[in-house]
Design a protein around this ligand. Structure first.
Ligand SMILES: Cc1ncc(COP(=O)(O)O)c(C=O)c1O
Length: 427
């Protein structure tokens, strides 16, 4: 494969003719494929079907502490499921609150709570003139959407290969009182699969925020979702405690991509004032979350070691799909500088960078030929990628044959968009 960057206009036009022909062939196939959201495949959710049999009409439904899980109560969640999450998230059991089936729901709720109720003696965010949130980008669109929903100002922060640009973060957090939070996906970030380095975690945990009500939203959604040997990251809570910053982090995780995204268990961990006001809020909302589901999960998953064995089964399904995506990109574009990509060691996404100004066009071309990929720009605050370059590929959901086809089309679209751009600029 030639490098388009070095081609003459004549060569580019000839190449475009060939690629256009391939594109038209794909279009006539009438494909209907989806590579847009990071959902586990049917095969993956099938892995946990036995969980539905661990509790039935003959079961006692009594927890280790003698709680009848069919009845009201136990706001923080069953002791044994809190223990499992405490092992998974690396925090004390007492610092954990178990929620419903979605950690995103808990994140939304925490922000909603801080909008209306004071933390650390500061006025509720709604009553403060301006609230800014730091958004390491590319990042998770739904994080950004929560902040947008509440009318905050989103500040993009460049992601380096070891986490957010800490010079920028320190500067803003330590000098601007309107900066109230930062989103962090510390392990296998969405979408780049970046793992935060020790240095980044140390610097985050030793921040000296100008705003007393500044918090780190630590979304460890992919903490056990390895595609290779597990990577360990520094424990944010321990580091914060060491620095006298125990109220800085609020940690989140869930079993969405361990058991069932639609019917899993979520958890949040925090300390001090955070815990007091969040518990109060949750206690206004519910007398207790779904304890039968908590019981079902703990009886099925048992403990962290067993959970990790379960994750190996996910890995066996996911890994060939990721390998397919990377190997196809490598084969097609090794010498063609029109695209770059990250090779993740875990998580759910492959993040690619097409030529500046081409991402929207690639997504449009794919859609026109029947393959849906995540909207270009979705990985940036306000859906605006300043370079119109980043695209998030989600290889998990389609089966491997469909993925193969979808990737073939995607690569044709990458070429077509680049050729158009280069021809246009090569006057
Ligand atoms: C970083 C991140 N956090 C949270 C979620 C959603 O988690 P949950 O299903 O627990 O709401 C996702 C889903 O893709 C995610 O990528």
């Amino acid at each position: 494969m030639k490098n388009y960057i070095n081609m003459s206009k004549k060569e580019l036009i000839e190449e475009k003719e060939k690629v256009m022909h391939e594109y038209q062939k794909f279009k006539s196939l009438g494909l209907k494929l989806d590579m847009s959201r990071g959902k586990p495949s049917k095969e993956q959710v099938n892995l946990s079907m036995d969980m539905l049999d661990v509790i039935n009409s003959k079961s006692d439904c009594i927890s280790q502490d003698g709680i009848d899980c069919r009845n009201y109560g136990i706001l923080e969640g069953l002791r044994e499921i809190r223990k499992l999450f405490s092992d998974m998230m690396g925090v004390n059991e007492d610092d954990i609150i178990i929620g419903g089936n979605s950690s995103l729901n808990m994140m939304f709720d925490v922000i909603s709570c801080f909008m209306t109720h004071e933390i650390s003696g500061e006025k509720p965010w709604l009553k403060q003139e301006k609230i800014k949130f730091l958004c390491p980008s590319p990042g998770y669109d739904r994080h950004f959407a929560i902040c947008e929903y509440f009318g905050m100002e989103l500040i993009p922060i460049k992601m380096n290969s070891d986490g957010p640009d800490m010079n920028k973060v320190e500067n803003l957090v330590e000098n601007d009182i309107t900066v109230k939070g930062i989103w962090c996906v510390p392990k296998y970030s969405n979408p780049q699969g970046i793992v935060y380095s020790d240095e980044v975690i140390k610097r985050l945990s030793s921040l000296k925020p100008k705003a007393k009500d500044f918090r780190i939203f630590w979304d460890n959604a992919y903490c056990v979702h390895d595609l290779e040997e597990s990577v360990e990251i520094l424990n944010i809570m321990d580091e914060c405690v060491k620095n006298g910053n125990e109220e800085l982090p609020i940690l989140f995780s869930s079993t969405s991509k361990i058991t069932f995204p639609g019917a899993g268990i979520s958890a949040l961990a925090c300390r001090g004032n955070n815990m007091d006001i969040l518990k109060k809020r949750f206690s206004m909302q519910t007398i207790g979350y779904d304890k039968i589901n908590q019981l079902r999960h703990i009886r099925y998953l048992k403990n962290l070691d067993n959970l990790k064995l379960h994750m190996l089964k996910h890995r066996n399904i996911l890994k060939p799909k990721f390998e397919l995506v990377i190997s196809k990109l490598r084969k097609e574009f090794e010498e063609n500088e029109i695209i770059k990509w990250d090779t993740p060691k875990g998580g759910y996404f492959v993040s690619v960078y097409v030529m500046n100004g081409c991402a929207k066009e690639v997504v449009r071309l794919c859609k026109e030929a029947g393959v849906i990929i995540t909207n270009a720009g979705a990985t940036y605050p306000y859906g605006k990628d300043p370079f119109d370059s980043n695209i998030r590929l989600a290889p998990s959901y389609p089966d491997i044959k469909e993925l193969d086809k979808a990737m073939d089309l995607f690569m044709i679209c990458v070429k077509l968009a680049a050729l158009n751009k280069l021809i246009e600029s090569n006057v």
